[in-house]
Design a protein around this ligand. Structure first.
Ligand code: ADP
Length: 476
């Protein structure tokens, strides 16, 4: 099958979270299974630098509204993945985060930037396309490409089918009514059965409403988002479309995240020979200026610092956790308040707690390897990747029972299969209790090694997910 991925980020070039990882790895797994997958992504500076000679193969024009005429450049990744770079420098030649300006606020023209991305995805899937390659399915990801299924719906003639994947329902892409005209959508699209959402144009709703099929990134999240409590205002629509909605658990890039070969580690290790993990712990402690102690458990977080991730709950009980005693390393960036709170905590407890504000891929690998216990107390978590990395690195995670965390982590109470620690209520007290339980188990080397082995044996590769996506494409 011929599949076009339309995405606003793709690892390793441009990534702010799990979406980037998925867009980088799932197409490669689908290609390995014999499908012709290509990826449409904006030509941000890192992509233009990586592929300076990418030739222009088309100039989609007459896109409607006030949409400009961009270029489409063709490139090939080292993995053999064909990329279609959407080149329009006034929109995409901006450094840093793809969504936010230097002050940390959304770019004011995000509706035009991602409207253009959506519109060009639809152009490639419709009759007007001048490309020789014609996709059977356009696979859209999150609000940034949510308008593509809507455009396909309103375009005349033969069209590709569309699949819309929700990586996070919290980001909805809401813009004012005037955007409808700017983006060249018909007036008839304005309404409950179109792209309108309580007086706004919602890119997310457009995708949910018009896609031929919808997926989200774990079976539990697929059920949760159909409830009023967790549906972020979309539960009614999702229930209405429940026949077309499925949950497919993400995989991880098992070549990139492999403790046996990871070039970022001071010492590699395997489930059979876990000794190397100790050297990574010592290196992490030294790098972060923590006391060199093998007798203290080292707990870690790698995350966006947001309330979604429950890092305010963790901050509340962190002083108590440090007193248990334990050490804590946090790598993350996000809201100013949480960044400030965490930095202040680290300043107060220098030998026990270290916080690094920023986004650092190599550091994330070293933390997964060097920590004893990983913490992910998310309030909601569509899938989550870090708990899967930590399972694979022999660093049992403590997670809240939600979304993809519930689908990947099995509590240690299950002696035969347990690979981590799961708690229920989104409260600091429940989190603290789970951390205490994890530390008590860590102090028992036999129990701990069993837990590590269960986690490291888990198959988190993309093959299973790729098979499910391929079946879904075929059904469309
Ligand atoms: P989300 O997409 O909601 O942020 P996921 O767990 O699905 O959460 O994916 C997060 C991805 O981003 C993982 O690959 C994780 O390692 C990475 N990541 C998050 N924060 C950082 C950071 N500060 N430094 C390096 N990598 C990070």
């Amino acid at each position: 099958m011929k599949i076009l991925f339309a995405t606003s980020e793709i690892a390793p070039w441009v990534k702010t979270g799990g979406l980037g990882d998925v867009a980088g790895a799932l197409p490669v797994a689908l290609r390995a299974a014999g499908h012709d997958v290509r990826v449409l992504v904006p030509a941000y500076p890192p992509l233009l630098q990586a592929f300076p000679d990418a030739p222009e193969i088309a100039r989609p024009h007459w896109l409607g509204g006030l949409l400009p005429t961009p270029g489409l450049r063709e490139a090939m990744s080292a993995d053999g993945l064909p990329l279609l770079l959407l080149d329009y420098p006034p929109y995409f030649a901006r450094l840093g985060n793809p969504y936010l300006g230097p002050e940390g606020r959304d770019w004011l023209d995000n509706h035009q930037r991602f409207g253009l991305l959506s519109r060009v995805a639809a152009w490639i899937g419709a009759e007007a396309s001048t490309l020789a390659w014609q996709p059977d399915v356009i696979h859209c990801h999150d609000w940034q490409t949510g308008l593509a299924p809507a455009y396909l719906n309103y375009l005349p003639g033969r069209r590709a089918k569309s699949l819309f994947t929700v990586h996070n329902l919290a980001f909805q892409g809401l813009f004012d009514h005037a955007s409808l005209f700017e983006l060249g959508l018909p007036d008839t699209a304005w309404g409950m059965h179109g792209v309108e959402y309580f007086g706004y144009l919602s890119f997310l709703k457009a995708g949910l409403q018009h896609a031929d099929a919808i997926t989200t990134v774990s079976p539990s999240y697929a059920s949760e988002i159909q409830t009023d409590a967790e549906g972020m205002g979309m539960a009614g629509l999702l229930r209405h479309r429940s026949e077309q909605l499925t949950g497919i658990l993400n995989g991880i890039d098992t070549a990139l995240w492999n403790p046996a070969t990871d070039p970022h580690l001071v010492k590699t290790y395997t489930a059979r020979h876990l000794e190397g993990k100790a050297a990574n712990k010592a290196a992490l402690q030294s790098q972060f200026g923590l006391e060199q102690r093998t007798d203290l458990p080292l707990l870690a977080v790698v995350s966006r610092l947001t309330e979604q991730k429950g890092l305010d709950l963790l901050l509340d009980v962190a002083p108590q956790i440090l007193k248990l005693p334990a050490q804590l390393v946090v790598l993350g960036s996000g809201g100013h308040e949480l960044e400030h709170g965490w930095t202040a905590l680290a300043r107060k407890h220098r030998s026990r707690c270290a916080v690094s504000i920023g986004f650092d891929e190599a550091q994330a690998h070293r933390i997964e390897a060097g920590a004893d216990i990983f913490l992910m107390p998310s309030r909601f978590e569509p899938c989550g990747l870090n708990q899967m990395y930590s399972l694979r690195y022999g660093t049992p995670p403590v997670v809240r029972a939600t979304g993809g965390l519930a689908d990947t982590v099995i509590d240690a109470a299950d002696r035969k299969n347990g690979n981590g620690f799961v708690f229920g209520p989104a409260t600091a007290a429940a989190l603290l209790q789970a951390v205490q339980r994890a530390i008590a188990t860590w102090r028992d080397p036999i129990l701990w090694r069993r837990l590590q082995k269960h986690g490291m044996a888990r198959d988190s590769s993309w093959e299973g997910a790729a098979r499910q996506y391929a079946a879904l494409y075929a059904s469309l």
